[in-house]
Design a protein around this ligand. Structure first.
Ligand SMILES: [Zn+2]
Ligand SMILES: [Zn+2]
Length: 72
């Protein structure tokens, strides 16, 4: 039997919250953009290794963790 999303308890789990590890379906998962302020994330213009902007990290999280990220 497939596991059910621990938020809505209706849909099958497709991802895990990257912050707290809670099981989420494709509807309950939220994406947050986090800005990394570390000097190590400095990238020279024109040399982009990732599709996202340098210093920005995209995370798949649950609603609770999204709210916590907003408060930062
Ligand atoms: Zn769900
Ligand atoms: Zn979470």
């Amino acid at each position: 039997m497939a596991e059910l999303c621990s938020v809505c308890k209706k849909n099958e789990v497709s991802v895990k919250c990257e912050e707290c590890g809670v099981l989420l379906c494709g509807i309950c998962v939220k994406e947050v953009m986090l800005q990394e302020m570390t000097p190590a994330s400095m990238v020279k213009p024109g040399i982009s290794m990732s599709p996202t902007r340098p210093g920005m990290t995209k995370k798949k999280v649950c609603l609770k963790c999204m709210k916590e990220a907003d408060l930062m």
